[in-house]
Design a binder for this molecule. Structure first.
Ligand code: SF4
Ligand code: SF4
Length: 626
């Protein structure tokens, strides 16, 4: 099925292929470039090229909020500075050089290094949207990448020498040999190096279409690396995942020119990223259940309690677990924020008396929520934004998150942990009067795959009797744009004979609405499955239902409307495509890195269509009847 899909996608591209000119790559090697420029009128407007633009201060188009739907060129809409953008570009560049070595060394059986595997995932994670804005953290990532690369290089070159084979060209050029000429403290120098190796330089080589697919792959690898970091924290890792990351990055950097320009191979690699991400989400799912128990439907208290308090946001439930253990015998209450809310569905987290409830909404509300929270705030992972002065000195970043001038905390360091608790004790906390101002919002979480599948017979019976017309997945990320109201309007327009599965921050568009129950089944129509990575559970539910009904996922009465924002969502999208899931509606806007020609090809092959922001009713009709 996968291969047929790729072939169809290639055919969709075929009429527009152009063979073009001899060019010179950034390593100084001349080669014949086959340019897959798509002949649509809008294609050239999709993304600027280095040919047509004066070089901007930066260029980044990795997330949905990117400037003017094209790319951030002066400063990130997220707040990323040109300097941080360039440092992240350089980090990606040297990691590709590291991967060129690691892939070969591992395949030849001459060297491997688990610490390096962990480092690469963390370094990739640090470059996700709304993760790390701290320019002072990136030189160390870059230095370490070069150091690990050299660790691989010595035994690798020795193995080549021993075998009598010539050293392959990829090891002699570009990121395989890049070294800082000025150490790792000169930020301007490092940024100037990064400025030479970003998206636009690649676009000059590959053209916007192929480059967009290559960057989709890279962003998918970033997303799966982030999920893998969460799984690693739970003690669940699979060396195969790191091997895949090296192989994929090695392909992007050092495949033959013919292969690099081969759309089919590039799409295949993107789908392999999706398949690997499925494995990572499986590890996460397993780790969460092993450490924290099986999710159970749970009412989440959203009225604070009087007393000292700490707020924690992001996705890392191990950090929350550590914090709850540390506060267990204190009078400090811990509250979840954003993507931490699903923590309440895990029995072993809920058992801590210090887990007091949930405070605030999705990540984009943090400037309001964090400013009004009367205690320290921890950003365990994305999505974090440049803080207001009013809470800057109460904010702590953890793990790969970073903001220049904001304290970075190691929760595993008992001294730092104690300082955090003392900080909480020194702040006012909630008094009874303030706490009473917050109304309870009737938040319910915990409809994990196990709970839904317990009711599989009821669900299938409802499908057969017509009481259940459609299962609609409306989930993913959230953001501040008004157009994301589309997802609320879409859900509200769905008839009573529908179930809505949600996960990720997108839940905040839906979870205060009373959707009632499905007929007389007693099953709530809105089922919150958890974090964005719990889309794995939704896939497992779909697979199980398809098995019982002896059909495939695409033949189920199932529709997916995916709210994307950043690179984890790219990884999830690629996972769905790798499983052959079709007819996904994607929005609120399509990724800027995919040119109109590529989008058209994906639509023809996989049925991916943009949501119709202004006409949710039409999309609703389409979801119900197609
Ligand atoms: S991460 Fe998104 S908002 Fe930030 S610079 Fe990149 S494209 Fe722009
Ligand atoms: S679900 Fe998406 S938008 Fe929400 S915190 Fe996670 S990564 Fe950010």
């Amino acid at each position: 099925m996968l291969r047929q899909g790729i072939l169809r996608c290639q055919r969709a591209f075929a009429p527009s292929l152009q063979v073009s000119k001899t060019t010179v790559n950034r390593n100084g090697t001349a080669y014949v470039r086959t340019c897959y420029a798509v002949q649509t009128r809008r294609a050239s407007a999709a993304a600027p090229t280095a040919d047509t633009l004066k070089k901007p201060d930066m260029f980044c188009y990795q997330c949905e909020q990117t400037k003017s739907r094209r790319g951030c060129v002066t400063v990130g809409v997220c707040g990323k500075s040109p300097q941080v953008a360039a440092l992240q570009d350089l980090l990606m560049y040297v990691i590709k050089g590291l991967a060129v070595h690691a892939n070969r060394a591992i395949n030849m059986g001459v060297y491997s290094n688990e610490e390096c595997d962990d480092f690469v995932k963390k370094a990739m994670f640090s470059t996700l949207t709304n993760v790390n804005f701290d320019q002072d953290r990136f030189p160390e990532y870059i230095r370490q990448a070069v150091e690990y690369r050299e660790e691989f290089r010595v035994p690798l070159l020795a193995a080549y020498a021993k075998s009598g084979k010539p050293v392959c060209e990829a090891l002699t050029q570009g990121p395989a040999v890049w070294k800082s000429e000025k150490g790792y403290e000169d930020l301007d120098y490092l940024a100037s190096e990064g400025h030479k190796v970003g998206v636009l330089e690649d676009q000059q080589i590959y053209g916007p279409d192929i480059n967009g697919v290559r960057y989709m792959t890279l962003y998918g690898i970033k997303g799966l690396s982030a999920y893998a970091c969460h799984a690693d924290a739970l003690g669940e890792s699979d060396p195969w995942v790191s091997k895949f990351i090296y192989r994929a990055l090695d392909f992007l950097e050092s495949a033959s020119q013919a292969d690099k320009f081969d759309l089919g191979l590039n799409l295949k690699l993107a789908l392999d990223v999706g398949a690997t991400n499925m494995r990572v989400m499986e590890l996460l799912d397993k780790g969460h259940r092993r450490l924290l128990g099986v999710p159970t439907p749970t009412n989440v208290l959203s009225t604070p309690k009087a007393g000292k308090c700490i707020l924690i946001s992001g996705h890392d439930l191990v950090d929350l677990h550590t914090l709850l253990k540390a506060t267990e015998s204190t009078d400090i209450n811990v509250y979840t924020h954003g993507e931490m809310m699903p923590a309440h569905m895990y029995p072993k987290l809920n058992a801590f008396k210090s887990l007091a409830g949930h405070f605030g909404g999705a990540w984009q509300n943090q400037k309001i929520d964090f400013a009004t929270f009367p205690g320290p705030v921890l950003a365990s992972t994305n999505c974090v934004i440049e803080p207001l002065r009013s809470y800057r000195d109460r904010l702590y970043t953890l793990n790969e998150t970073g903001i220049n001038g904001v304290k970075h905390l190691d929760l595993h360091d008992p001294v730092q942990l104690q300082q955090l608790l003392e900080h909480a004790q020194s702040l006012p906390g909630f008094d009874a009067k303030t706490a009473n101002k917050y109304e309870d919002r009737n938040l319910v979480v915990g409809f994990g795959r196990e709970v839904i599948l317990q009711h599989a017979d009821t669900v299938i019976n409802a499908v057969k009797t017509g009481d259940l017309q459609r299962i609609c997945v409306i989930g993913g990320c959230d953001g501040s744009e008004h157009k994301r109201n589309y997802f609320t309007n879409l859900a509200q327009s769905l008839p009573a004979q529908t179930l809505i599965l949600t996960m990720g921050c997108a839940k905040y568009r839906l979870n205060t609405i009373n959707f009632g129950t499905l007929g007389n089944t007693g099953i709530p129509r809105l089922l919150d499955m958890g974090q964005c990575n719990d889309s794995y559970g939704a896939i497992m539910v779909a697979k199980a239902l398809a098995d019982v009904l002896e059909t495939d996922i695409n033949s189920l009465p199932l529709s997916i409307s995916l709210s994307w924002f950043e690179q984890k969502a790219v990884a999830v999208l690629l996972s769905l495509l790798s499983l052959g899931v079709k007819n996904i509606k994607l929005g609120p806007i399509m990724p800027a890195f995919l040119t109109p020609g590529v989008r058209q090809a994906l639509e023809e092959t996989y049925g991916i269509v943009p949501i119709d922001i202004r006409h949710p009713m039409e999309d609703m009709n389409d979801m119900l009847h197609n």
